[in-house]
Design a protein. Structure first.
Length: 123
């Protein structure tokens, strides 16, 4: 298969284990199957509300690759503002992924506010 295995160890300090493995993708195919545009999702408006920047970026990236129009927010206040703004512009969010709990809210409270706020179109 190829590749290497390695270990570095110091008494009283700890050990580091490493490996390399040569891999390749099949020509013309995406390696994860999640990166190509999906005609059913193209143009769908979406919101990713997550306090973790890495998770927020990862989800946003996948959804954008699928062809969705994505807004990303980090806390309850910016989530509500983004939803209200989208409704005001007649581009309501069709799909919202909300972290549970959400920073600045317990998550359930944020979803309840979204569903009852007259300035938000709760699709």
């Amino acid at each position: 298969m190829g590749g290497t295995l390695g270990v570095r160890s110091r008494v009283g300090v700890g050990s580091t284990f490493s490996f390399t493995l040569p891999v390749r993708t099949l020509a013309g195919q995406e390696p994860d199957g999640l990166s190509s545009e999906d005609p059913d999702l193209a143009g769908v408006t979406a919101l990713v509300a997550d306090g973790n920047a890495t998770e927020r970026a990862l989800l946003s990236d996948y959804m954008t690759r699928w062809g969705m129009t994505v807004t990303a927010t980090a806390d309850a206040g910016s989530t509500l503002a983004a939803l209200r703004n989208a409704s005001r512009q007649s581009r309501p969010i069709a799909v919202a992924l909300v972290e549970w709990p959400s920073p600045g809210s317990d998550g359930q409270e944020l979803v309840q506010t979204i569903l009852t706020d007259p300035a938000v179109d709760p699709r």
